[in-house]
Design a protein around this ligand. Structure first.
Ligand code: SF4
Length: 574
């Protein structure tokens, strides 16, 4: 098999070089590779927006193969929001194209004097001036790059929020049909903006997918894994309603964040549910309730919501946005939530952080609870750079400090996602102890019919659940597999085995049943070592006090997992 490469691009000196992937980076990709490169090369105490930080963009281990739902793109750096090591990932076309070029990762170093874009194709790396892209919205940037480079490209870019180094800014990729997809968390758009790097274009014309030695083994493993995913009850729900189907479920169990995490049920949940959105789409030309963000996707959980005239409002209206911008702000108008989502996608911001910030502003009386039009106006101010806009664009901790609010739902500076930790205590443990601040994708402990004995509100026994899930999803992020495609394998052991067989065929080496767990543990240990060197201590692995002091009215629960149990997730590393 051809050896994979890492492209190292020094923006200070406008130079680049290719390195062959060797040593312990061999057989790594995605989060495993971004986190190991950051841990090895970035000084833990560095300024995340300074020249010593690096931005790593990596394709997962399975990128470019026929494994379904493979091809997520990982972006990693030291986070300016959490000051921890950070990885965020998104779909889109870039990971597949990097794999076709034989490139496992791009490492961006230093700071360019002028705004630039980087173009990567079969001839190598070009660093080009990009003044024409300055201040452009992400959708405008995608359009301009298509006009310049054609439609056979993958795109990574930031919007004005990243250029202005706002702490909640995100890195966007483009789907094969050129809608933005957002690697939202951790303010990684600000790291890219601080490097004066506006966009990366990946063009794989003339290249071919990675070689697979045992094609028959991969074919049979892919067939079995794909059939297992599609036979799982989740598949039908994802296809029909996408992640908005979670609105009803999480509201029902009393854990949907409502009124700045003060309630777990939202009276307007029916209006923003997956069913309501699917009904709305039926009446709107060009809406699509079953869109895919990557060409390899078989689940199609994404969507495209249009207005009555058929003009696209937003693509990828997801549960987390409905929960943080919707119920958490008491806004029950899908149209307004979608328009706020569109602005966030265009300026390049994490909708979860923005929703949490708006709720904090509502708690401070800056605007009324449930006032969607006022929230939309506030979010519009992010583009104009007003003080209020900057406050929202810098995340909920920043907004809370400015406004004198103490109930700020965050861990290590990052807003909680769409699950109240008093209703889902295993997820609460993940929020508290993940190496990346409050991040549900690191280990969301939702109840499942396949595990009827699991009680998500029990005060004890949550740490082992979270620990297992954190390890599992660290491995999944390293494979570059969409986490939704990995959920059935949590319920069905044979499916997990088929996934491991897919990886074994791609890597051309035998892998045993413990492969995913070992891989995930290695990634987590690397990340924790980095955070230890930054100066994080066990007492940082805690939820804000109000979650243990205030009872959630929907289920009469407080977050009562003990500190000893929290500390058992991350034993002190020797
Ligand atoms: S299931 Fe959804 S998030 Fe996953 S690859 Fe498909 S469209 Fe993207």
């Amino acid at each position: 098999m051809k050896k994979k490469k890492i492209a190292r691009i020094n923006l200070s000196s406008s130079s680049s070089q290719f390195e062959t992937v060797e040593g312990r980076y061999l057989n790594l990709g995605g989060r495993g590779l971004t986190s190991n490169l950051i841990a090895d090369e970035v000084p833990p105490q560095c300024d995340p927006l300074g020249p010593e930080n690096k931005l790593v963009v990596a394709a997962g281990i399975l990128a470019g193969t026929s494994v379904p739902n493979s091809g997520r793109l990982s972006v990693g750096a030291k986070s300016p929001l959490t000051h921890t090591i950070k990885e965020a990932n998104a779909g889109g076309a870039v990971a597949r194209k990097l794999a076709n070029l034989g490139i496992q990762a791009l490492v961006f170093e230093g700071i360019s004097k002028e705004p630039v874009s980087v173009v990567i194709d079969s001839k190598g790396v070009s660093i080009v001036q990009s003044d024409d892209l300055n201040d452009s919205l992400i959708s405008e940037c995608i359009e301009k790059l298509r006009n310049t480079y054609g439609d056979d490209i993958g795109i990574v870019s930031i919007g004005p929020a990243g250029e202005k180094r706002m702490l909640a800014s995100a890195v966007a990729t483009a789907t094969p049909d050129f809608f933005p997809r957002i690697a939202a968390r951790g303010g990684l758009g600000a790291v890219m903006g601080a490097k004066n790097l506006k966009a990366v274009v990946v063009d794989d014309r003339g290249c071919f997918p990675p070689e697979i030695k045992d094609k028959a083994l991969l074919k049979s493993a892919v067939k079995a894994f794909s059939q297992g995913i599609m036979a799982h009850p989740l598949a039908e729900g994802f296809k029909n309603f996408g992640t908005p189907m979670l609105v009803g479920l999480v509201n029902e169990i009393g854990a949907i964040p409502t009124k700045n995490f003060s309630r777990g049920r939202f009276a307007g949940a029916d209006k923003i549910s997956g069913e309501a959105i699917a009904e709305m789409m039926k009446a709107r030309p060009n809406s699509n309730p079953s869109h895919r963000c990557m060409s390899s996707c078989i689940l199609r959980c994404s969507n495209v919501l249009t207005d009555a005239a058929g003009e696209v409002i937003v693509s990828g209206l997801e549960y987390e946005t409905l929960a943080l911008v919707g119920s958490n702000c008491m806004i029950d108008d899908v149209e307004i939530i979608a328009r706020i989502n569109r602005i966030c996608n265009d300026v390049g911001l994490d909708t979860m952080e923005v929703g949490a910030s708006i709720a904090v502003a509502m708690e401070a009386g800056v605007l009324e609870w449930g006032d969607g039009p006022a929230a939309l106006e506030l979010v519009r101010e992010i583009s104009t750079g007003s003080d209020r806009g900057r406050m929202i664009g810098n995340g909920c901790v920043y907004a809370g400090k400015i406004l004198g609010i103490e109930r700020i739902p965050h861990v290590k500076g990052q807003a909680l996602a769409g699950y109240d930790p008093r209703g889902l205590k295993g997820t609460g443990v993940t929020y508290a102890t993940s190496p990346m601040g409050a991040d549900h994708t690191c280990g969301n402990a939702l109840p499942s019919p396949a595990n009827p004995d699991y009680d998500p509100t029990a005060p004890a026994g949550q740490a082992p659940v979270s620990k297992f899930l954190q390890s599992y999803f660290a491995a999944i992020d390293t494979l570059g597999l969409c986490l939704f495609a990995s959920l059935p394998a949590l319920d069905i052991p044979e499916l997990k085995q088929q996934l491991i067989e897919c990886v074994a065929a791609v890597l051309d080496e035998p892998l045993d049943q413990g492969y995913l767990e070992r891989l995930g543990q290695m990634v987590l240990q690397t990340e924790r070592k980095f955070n230890d060197a930054v100066g994080f201590k066990p007492e940082d692995d805690r939820l804000p006090l109000f979650f243990s002091e205030e009872t959630l009215s929907s289920n009469e629960q407080r977050f009562d997992v003990s500190n000893e149990e929290l500390d058992s997730v991350n034993p002190i590393l020797s």
